[in-house]
Design a protein around this ligand. Sequence first.
Ligand code: ZN
Length: 81
Amino acid sequence: MTMMTMTKNTTISCSRCRRKTKFKRSTGWNAAFIQGAVAGFICPTCQTPEENAEAEINEATLTYKIDAFGRTIATTKGASA
Ligand SMILES: [Zn+2]
């Protein structure tokens, strides 16, 4: 299983249009997760209304952190795990 290694300055690209941005400027982008690890991104322009709503929900409920291996992990706010 391949995982992305990212920091705030890592350049990410849209999985659909290949547009690029810095991770720290990726507000509104939708991250695709596989087993809690970030697997890809979709920019706001490419998101369907349903995906856009999902991104807003994710921003409200998920916390991003960098684990000991430099991977970006999304966890639900308030979760102890
Ligand atoms: Zn795009």
